[in-house]
Design a binder for this molecule. Sequence first.
Ligand code: MF3
Ligand code: CO
Ligand code: CO
Length: 318
Amino acid sequence: MLPQANDPCWCGSGRKYKRCHKRSEGRVLPGVVSPVRSVPDTIARPSYADTGHVESWDESRVKTPEVIERMRHAGRVAAEILRLAGEFVRPGVTTDEIDEYTHQLYIERGSYPSTLNYHGYPKSLCTSVNEVICHGIPDSRPLQDGDIVNLDVTAYIGGVHGDTNATFVVGDVDEVSRELIRVTEECMWHGIEAVKPGRPINEIGRAIEQHAKAHRYGVVRAFIGHGIGEQFHLDIPVLHYFDPRNTMVMRPGMTFTIEPMITLGTWQHKMWDDDWTAVTADGRRTAQFEHTVLVTDDGVEVLTGGPGAVSPIAPWHR
Ligand code: MF3
Ligand code: CO
Ligand code: CO
């Protein structure tokens, strides 16, 4: 039998059980990260690919029709890779095997995996399991029956990025987690429906927060959506909660992501020692969905949607 919280730990450390092994019970533990995978020279790379150093330059938040056309293509590529990566998810597969498979999918399509060496990030997608909020690094941990996992795919092709993610179930998943996933995807769609030219951007966060609150879920504040285009992250602050000061006006031609992270418990986070992996402070589960969108003359176009994508409202959690 397991000791009580205040008993000495079974491992002989002399520490209380609650301060020792109890802390990791049921939690995701870091595994081993494999060596960096290479991308053939024939594939065009963003400027940080060789150095890990991200330079930024002036880029209009409003895109020209020519840039938008390239972003439609990058969005479709990212969406297809995400769908295929999601179909690869099953109990026993390691997140590193998902990275290896996904890495190949990017290359076959002539795209560069935008996360690879972005500020030194070592892998071709983010894999965030259970209580991991975002930016989980693929490693040797096999997915377990009952886990949930977010796959976040970003493809660089034609000089622009397309960014999209979804949360998938692994085998048989409990109803509480499935409901969290379903409502999180709904939150993203409510945010997308709030996109209209002339409106302040905080209408997006208002819609998302309202739906999350109705289900008594938390909304993560530390990570937000962003402008996107020739650069991976541009200064359009897309908060997923309502902030009256978040008043940038949405203009036709703007492109940005909407990517709410919704929690069963607290919205506050902690970082792993790798300085990438963000987890919920209470260890409870969290889900996320993401699309790259374009503000049109009368509403919104989802650049990472379409027939090749996993959404709208994915069937795998029914
Ligand atoms: N794709 C993530 C986003 O939605 C960013 C990942 S950056 C990385 O913005 F460096 F963590 F990979
Ligand atoms: Co993003
Ligand atoms: Co992303």
